[in-house]
Design a protein around this ligand. Structure first.
Ligand code: HEC
Ligand code: HEC
Length: 603
């Protein structure tokens, strides 16, 4: 009897793990390693061509080939080696090393090479091209080494695949990582192939569980590739149609497939929830993610208290100004002024009041990104002489004398006294509750076909393509927060002028991020804000210089400050005019107007 049972167990065990069959995860890693080896070979050819003085056309062709080879590996490279991924395919912009803020790191990788090769091989650039090509090859060597010891799980594989589709929609198709070669549609096709290649490893198990679903998924993948092959042109590519018909259903199907295979959804906390079926689905962002710790997470009682404090002038020195004086709900929590006024002097403040909807979804705050936590931001405003000129100690004493507040604090913070810490957290909790991601645009993305009109759809396609807006205002938050991890937010130099006078332009003197980090690179750099709800937040830019969205788009269409004729060494906005026609400019504005959501937050 015992022996019979033991035999039964052994047979089952063998059935579950057929002797020579490798696990799905091992197969995934083998495919990945072989793709990296192919990338190395493609890069070798490019290096060789650069060394032997090949002509521009040949170099461009080999460059595109190497990039395509990279795209096949991107989903796991970005997932497990984000640092090396940045060296290989980061923006062609110098950066400041985060540990030592005085060290400027020169860019390297595909995008630097792209600038040397497009529109044609830059005269005299041969030596630099070779040096860059060799550096790229050496970084790919590091990938090879790393890939040999990589470990993963099925849950991570599916997570990484979905993130790659999100990356495709928000970054790849906008031309973000290949701004000059404009090969983004072909690269998208390879991205889909890489997803398909990985899925094929799970194919037989999936067919066993549900042959019907497996076949539908196959068809969807084939149709996606067909669509991309049939619409190769960068400028006219219909990003909206692609996202709705293919990218969103695909990422959703990946989630379904994962469920069918009984692979649990990855559970590490993230800003974009790991269970998000696509980038535009309802409730996919976790506003507590950037809270300073678990004890700071939201509760209804904290929110209620925070809301009351937000509109109560008790926090300001003269008892006349609350957060709500400048951040007004009817204006998406901005104030409609070019800049507000300083409390005592009545002089104009330096900066325009930004809206606060979705502000909590950013890893850094203020135009110069100088603060990381909403808690610290609240304190800085309350203490600021020009803004509220308050004192936290005085506020604590005043609130302690108020019975209604005492009751609210006990409810919200049962274990603590009324304190500076609690005030800051309550205010931050209120701001974290101000999410607004249910605009008409979002409804359209979720399947409501009548939510947008043709002009607004055209506007989205321009925003994400020809007009290049989406290369800085990343979908779906449309701010500078880098998808799909959203852990860094970019600051950019646009050359925003002091006045709207285009005949006598003058650069606005505000140093921007330079005040926070003293490197010439960041002079006049400002955090890229969201354009969600921007219809309600006029006037625009850190100094409120533009009164309308039309003026903003006209500014971009000219090529920013440099396009106006200003001499700005470090402008990161391309200075070439966008050549948007008047009706195209109107469409971009119409799209931004469709990003307004006044239904999601309460007040
Ligand atoms: C006098 C007007 C004024 C008052 C009062 C005021 N703010 Fe602001 N707020 C501003 C301005 C101006 C900025 C931008 C400052 C900068 O970036 O340097 C700002 C920025 C912010 C930001 C950063 C937004 C982002 O996306 O970076 C938050 C959050 C914020 N305020 C919340 C509050 C809270 C909470 C209070 C009350 C404690 C408050 N503000 C009171 C004018 C005001
Ligand atoms: C190079 C990156 C970059 C590109 C490309 C870009 N933006 Fe911006 N955008 C920014 C930054 C940075 C700011 C903030 C500048 C400031 O405050 O001085 C901004 C501000 C804005 C604002 C003002 C928001 C507010 O509340 O004040 C709007 C509207 C806007 N951009 C729309 C667009 C549109 C439309 C396009 C495409 C035609 C576009 N942007 C392209 C980086 C960019």
């Amino acid at each position: 009897m015992l022996i019979a049972f033991a035999c039964f167990v052994v047979t089952c065990w063998l059935a579950c793990f057929p002797a020579r069959q490798e696990s799905t995860v091992q197969q995934v890693l083998q495919v990945y390693q072989s793709n990296i080896n192919q990338l190395a070979v493609a890069t070798d050819s490019f290096v060789f061509a650069a060394k032997t003085g090949a002509d521009g056309k040949t170099l461009q062709a080999l460059f595109c080939k190497a990039r395509l080879a990279y795209k096949r590996t991107e989903w796991l490279t970005e997932y497990y080696q984000p640092y090396t991924a940045r060296l290989i395919n980061g923006p062609a912009l110098a950066e400041v090393e985060s540990e030592d803020k005085s060290v400027v790191v020169e860019p390297e990788g595909f995008q630097v090479i792209e600038e040397l090769l497009y529109p044609g091989l830059q005269p005299g650039a041969e030596a630099e091209l070779l040096r860059q090509a060799q550096t790229l090859r050496s970084n790919i060597g590091s990938l090879q080494t790393m890939a040999a010891s990589l470990q993963t799980t099925d849950a991570h594989v599916f997570d990484a695949l979905r993130l790659q589709l999100f990356r495709l929609v928000s970054l790849g198709l906008s031309g973000f990582d290949s701004p000059l070669a404009h090969n983004s549609v072909a690269e998208a096709r390879v991205t889909i192939e890489s997803v398909e290649q990985c899925l094929s490893i799970y194919r037989s198990s999936l067919t066993q569980v549900s042959a019907g679903f497996s076949a539908t998924l196959n068809q969807l993948l084939a149709a996606t590739k067909q669509y991309l092959a049939a619409h190769p042109d960068f400028d006219t590519f219909n990003r909206m149609q692609f996202t709705r018909r293919f990218a969103n259903p695909l990422s959703e199907s990946l989630l379904t497939a994962q469920g069918q295979l009984n692979i649990s959804v990855f559970s590490e906390p993230r800003l974009l929830k790991p269970g998000a079926k696509n980038l535009f689905a309802e409730d996919v962002f976790n506003p507590d993610f950037y809270a300073p710790g678990a004890e700071a997470y939201a509760s209804a009682a904290k929110r209620q208290l925070g809301e009351r404090l937000f509109y109560d002038p008790v926090l300001s020195a003269n008892g006349e100004r609350s957060c709500g004086s400048c951040h007004q709900p009817g204006k998406a929590f901005s104030d409609g002024l070019k800049t507000n006024k300083a409390l005592a002097s009545g002089l104009a403040l330096k900066r325009n009041t930004p809206g606060l909807l979705n502000a909590a979804l950013q890893p850094a705050l203020f135009y110069d990104s100088r603060v990381a936590y909403l808690e610290d931001q609240a304190k800085s405003v309350i203490l600021n002489r020009e803004e509220m000129h308050g004192s936290m100690d005085v506020a604590v004493q005043k609130l302690k004398r108020n019975a209604a507040y005492r009751a609210m604090f006990i409810k919200a913070y049962p274990d603590a006294e009324i304190s500076e810490h609690a005030i800051k957290n309550a205010l931050a909790t209120y701001v974290r509750s101000l999410l607004a991601l249910n605009s008409r645009f979002d409804h359209f993305m979720r399947g409501n076909n009548s939510a947008l009109n043709a002009t607004e759809i055209q506007g989205f396609n321009l925003f994400m393509g020809k007009a290049k807006c989406g290369t800085c205002h990343f979908a779906p938050l449309f701010n500078g927060s880098n998808p799909p991890s959203f852990t860094r937010i970019d600051a950019e130099v646009l050359g925003v002028p002091l006045t709207a006078d285009t005949l006598h332009p003058q650069l606005d003197p505000d140093g921007g991020k330079f005040y926070a980090i003293k490197t010439a690179l960041y002079r006049h750099a400002f955090k890229t804000p969201t354009v969600r709800n921007t219809a309600l937040t006029a006037p625009y830019m850190h100094n409120g210089v533009f009164r309308s969205l039309e003026e903003v788009v006209a500014f971009y269409n000219r090529g920013g400050g440099k396009g106006l004729g200003l001499n700005i060494e470090n402008q990161t906005l391309p200075e070439e005019p966008l050549n948007l026609t008047p009706s195209e400019q109107k469409a971009v504005v119409a799209f931004m107007n469709a990003l307004t959501d006044t239904t999601s937050y309460r007040k």
